[in-house]
Write a protein that binds this ligand. Structure first.
Ligand code: NAP
Length: 300
């Protein structure tokens, strides 16, 4: 029978460990982990994500700060705030919510965050550490780090002999995911919009990870029987059939109805990778707080 990988449950285990580590840090060093989240403008989806991150940070026992800046904030003002957070010893994690308004240079802002406080794992120093196989001192992008824990929940930490295919090559997800799988000894292929015969490439995977942004693109005949399928996509589609006052629903990049009949293990959308992203943000923040206080960080 197909195993449904429960992202909520794995995320809850991570949060338990973070809470324990946060209370140990406060008890032994008198240090409260601090997470600063910066949001510019009034995009409702971004505000909802930031609100959820702030609530979870509080649940973890962190000092949770939100800086809400108006849409017309200048590059200089935002850079100034990041510079002051870089200096602030009570802040261990800095997250600038993306996307930023179009007049701002998001990459310059992200690269100005001190890498030790870059809890989104997007700074080139952190991306470079992952690319060179240093998983011990950098901070890893939250969604791939979370997806990797879901893979580990099925296969353990050593993926020797397994073929992994990641569909998508973004800096945010596809590339770091491929590197994490490679680090765990999988044989890895990264597919993208220029890949020829994607269905047959996907069918070769023991571990198939889809991060594309195309609703239900992965069909039953893309999945090797018994494979582990990790669906990263979050797509809102019309669903007039719901009839409960709601006219849309969320689906992944994988047709769950089709693929769940073939896969050995599969994630749900929602309730799969999504909850892992926020849990790994908390894990990165406590990791940063330990390191910035000269302690070896807990592992997750
Ligand atoms: P992205 O930056 O838009 O990258 C999408 C990737 O998919 C690109 O590499 C693109 O290839 C590839 N692609 C597009 N169309 C394709 C096709 N027809 N066949 C094969 N590959 C195709 O997106 P992202 O940021 O990586 O996110 C991907 C999905 O994950 C989105 O649905 C997003 O909402 C979701 N996501 C979820 C979480 C979470 O917390 N669960 C976090 C982040 C993202 P090219 O490079 O060739 O254009």
């Amino acid at each position: 029978m197909t195993h449904i990988i429960d992202g909520k449950q794995v995320a809850a285990t991570v949060i338990d460990a973070v809470q324990q580590a946060a209370s140990d840090l406060e008890r032994t060093k008198g240090v409260r982990a601090g997470l600063a989240v910066v949001i510019v403008g009034d995009d409702p989806a971004s505000h909802s994500y930031v609100g959820a991150k702030g609530r979870m940070a509080k649940e973890c026992g962190f000092n949770s700060l939100q800086h809400t800046l108006p849409a017309q904030t200048t590059q200089g003002e935002l850079a100034g705030l990041v510079a002051s957070l870089n200096q602030d010893t009570s802040i261990h994690g800095i997250l600038v919510q993306l996307p930023l308004p179009k007049h701002l240079d998001a990459d310059a802002i992200i690269q100005s965050i001190r890498p030790e406080k870059d809890v989104d794992g997007l700074h080139v120093v952190n991306a470079g550490k992952l690319a060179t196989g240093d998983l011990a001192t950098g901070l890893i992008s939250c969604t791939p780090a979370g997806a990797m824990l879901l893979v580990r929940s099925i296969h353990g930490g050593d993926l020797s002999g397994l073929m992994a295919v990641v569909i998508g090559r973004s800096n945010l997800f596809g590339k770091p995911m491929a590197q994490l799988l490679l680090n765990a000894n999988a044989t890895v292929m990264t597919a993208h919009s220029r890949t020829k015969d994607l269905a047959s490439v996907a069918r070769g995977a023991d571990i198939l990870v889809a991060a594309v942004g195309r609703p239900e693109m992965v069909k039953a005949d893309w999945v090797k029987p018994g494979a582990t399928v990790i669906d990263v996509g979050i797509n809102r589609i019309d669903a007039p059939e719901r009839g409960d006052g709601k006219t849309t629903r969320l689906v992944g990049d994988v047709s769950y109805a089709e693929a769940s009949g073939v896969a050995g293990a599969i994630t749900l959308v929602p309730g799969g990778v999504g909850p892992m992203t926020i849990a790994m943000l908390m894990a990165n923040t406590i990791t940063a707080a330990y390191r910035l206080n000269g302690l070896s960080s807990p592992s997750f």
